[in-house]
Design a protein around this ligand. Structure first.
Ligand code: AMP
Ligand code: ZN
Length: 113
């Protein structure tokens, strides 16, 4: 996908510090962290909305979440963590390439609105 920041990270057109990568996704630190640890898990395949997923994409997303849960030390998940997927304007999605925010390393409030 042209002019997509996260595709450029995936295909190494732009550099970012990738902390984990496999066939499905890359992970790197969010540039504007909202928790002590704030990583982004970015599927290698470009799509914006969960609603666009094929069955294969859904399986891929399941594998990504399983893998995230296994990266306990790397992501600092030992005391709990939060996964967030912002979808569309009301949620404040700013990058039109689906990504999972992984937040950890501190107690978190719950105030979505
Ligand atoms: P969202 O608002 O859910 O679409 O999330 C996009 C996230 O991408 C935000 O948390 C931004 O801080 C993050 N972000 C934007 N540009 C970069 C970048 N160059 N490197 C790392 N994270 C970024
Ligand atoms: Zn993209």
């Amino acid at each position: 996908m042209e002019n997509c920041l996260f595709c450029k990270f995936v295909n190494r057109e732009y550099k970012t510090d990738i902390v984990f990568e496999n066939d499905d996704f890359i992970m790197f630190k969010d540039i504007n962290p909202v928790a002590k640890n704030h990583f982004l898990a970015v599927p290698k395949r470009h799509f914006k909305y969960l609603a666009e997923m094929t069955e294969d994409d859904a399986n891929m997303l399941g594998r990504i979440m399983k893998k995230i849960s296994e990266l306990k030390d790397l992501l600092g998940l030992e005391n709990g963590y939060r996964l967030v997927i912002n979808q569309g304007d009301d949620a404040g999605q700013t990058v039109p390439h689906l990504h999972i925010h992984v937040l950890s390393g501190q107690k978190m409030e719950w105030h979505p609105a």
